[in-house]
Ligand binder design. Structure first.
Ligand SMILES: Cc1ncc(COP(=O)(O)O)c(C=O)c1O
Length: 463
């Protein structure tokens, strides 16, 4: 064994200590920015250091600022953990160090990703022949899908956007629900579609797009149009009424995109997939692996029904890259990166280790535990759950008061039993609870409810 690689054993051992301790450590960071800078920002030396020293120092210095977001009681933003098989596969992706951009650069991992893409289509109920690209996250999945949309709607208008760009092109209308996730705006910005030009369809009190309003908006104009709907609103977890939304898009020849960063995984659960009725008829879907599938960062997935549009928007040719048949997997045909890590490999490992039943259980558990926490909290005086808990998201408000609500969030974060963040819903401050981690149990949910209610008592005493 080459001793230069002994550091890998160190890393495996140290990683094991970290993941084994996730359930016990304080969920939030224990060090602030000044402390972390002091510990980590040494001047770069002229001479290199021993790899084992680098890694042990890195772990020691970083540890106090690490968050137990991969653990069982982290409910902030929408952040999943890492299934053991997925984490191990991810380590191997680094050790193998293959370029996932093309078959010739990594035949095995290209085929693993091809299989992972097939399984993703199956579990999400997407068309068997849709294009699938593995990207860094849902923002880049939007970028990829909307680049395909831009190609598709302009192709239909007789314009080759890849060759000609947008200058002089027919104008593309982009329409989203009023509560679309900000990453849709960023994707529009990056694609030259102009975030400021997005037209917003009113939504109901759960953030669901109103299809009649969409219909009226689409009827007001003609020409290329892209509608961005959503499965899983960031605060409430609500789903747009896809059957109506897709039908309206069809009637007006608009491309229908779905932001399903976490909500698309409801398709894997027989008892929840009704929430997505009609979504599978859309034109493109953006989702994440690093949220509910519990693969390590980073992993987003971009799927497009018109695989030709996705490929046309993403692929490139170059004299030094071999020509390849359509059915040979080359990652760069489907995602914006030319070279990249083979992030579909952890997806393969996660899906294989879960199986269909395990994936359904993972989704159902997140939803059931969200309902359990909502019930446990709503029983206390002055605690109100503001959303319909249809999925894994719970919005809680305390004493119908912004200051108390923020004080409770702050208290919970300092306590460290669990971690969750705040948001503004309508014009009111709320605590957001999001459950996507594979480790969360009923006990974790109950411990967290108790910690939140204790923070409510403290906030009332000090307020
Ligand atoms: C609904 C929705 N869309 C998009 C995103 C962005 O995902 P990512 O952070 O992977 O880019 C999120 C992130 O939470 C989300 O909840």
């Amino acid at each position: 064994m080459d001793p230069r690689y002994d550091v890998l054993d160190d890393a495996a051992r140290l990683a094991r200590v970290f993941v084994d301790g996730l359930a016990e450590r304080s969920v939030g960071a224990q060090a602030g920015i000044d402390e972390l800078r002091a510990a980590l920002s040494a001047p770069l030396g002229e001479q290199g250091e021993d790899a084992r020293t680098v890694i042990s120092d890195l772990v020691g210095s970083a540890d106090p600022g690490l968050i137990a977001s991969a653990g069982p009681r982290y409910f902030g933003f929408v952040i999943g953990g890492s299934l053991p098989a997925a984490m191990a596969a991810d380590w191997l992706v680094s050790a193998w160090d293959q370029n996932g951009g093309g078959f010739d650069a990594s035949p095995s991992l290209s085929v693993v990703e091809e299989v992972a893409a097939r399984w993703v289509r199956e579990v999400l109920g997407l068309p068997a022949d849709c294009g699938v690209g593995f990207v860094t996250g849902c923002q880049m999945a939007h970028f990829t899908c909307l680049a395909a949309a831009r190609h598709g709607v302009l192709r239909d208008a007789g314009w080759d956007v890849e060759a000609e760009g947008l200058q002089g092109a027919p104008r593309i209308r982009v329409i989203t629900g009023a509560q679309a996730h900000v990453t849709v705006d960023v994707a529009c910005r990056l694609l030259g579609l102009g975030a400021g030009r997005i037209e917003r369809v009113p939504a109901d009190d759960q953030g669901r797009m109103l299809p009649d309003a969409l219909e009226r908006m689409l009827a007001e104009g003609n020409g290329p149009a892209v509608v961005c709907s959503q499965a899983g609103e960031i605060n409430t977890g609500a789903f747009d009424p896809f059957q109506d939304v897709v039908a309206v898009c069809r009637e007006h020849g608009a491309w229908c995109h779905v932001d399903g960063a976490f909500g698309l995984w409801a398709a894997a659960s027989p008892s929840r997939r009704r929430l997505l009725a009609g979504a599978q008829e859309a034109d493109s879907w953006a989702t994440d692996g690093h949220k509910w599938l519990n693969v390590p960062y980073d992993c987003g997935i971009a799927a497009v029904a018109d695989a030709g549009a996705q490929r046309a928007a993403m692929t490139s040719t170059s004299a030094y890259v071999p020509e390849h048949a359509e059915d040979v997997p080359w990652g760069f045909d489907w995602s914006p990166e030319f070279s990249r890590r083979a992030r579909g490999v952890p997806v393969y490992a996660a899906l294989r280790s879960l199986g269909r039943a395990g994936l359904a259980d993972l989704v159902d558990r997140g939803c059931d535990l969200a309902a359990r926490m909502a019930d446990g909290l709503a029983q206390a005086d002055g605690v109100e759950v503001l959303n319909e808990v249809v999925l894994n998201q719970v919005l809680v408000r305390f004493d119908d008061d912004d200051t108390v609500t923020d004080a409770v969030i702050d208290g919970v974060q300092r306590d460290g039993t669990c971690w969750l963040s705040g948001s503004t819903f309508g014009d009111r401050r709320v605590m957001r609870i999001s459950i996507v981690g594979w480790q969360t149990s009923e006990r974790d949910a109950d411990l967290s409810v108790a910690a939140i209610l204790a923070a409510v008592c403290d906030a009332r005493k000090t307020g």
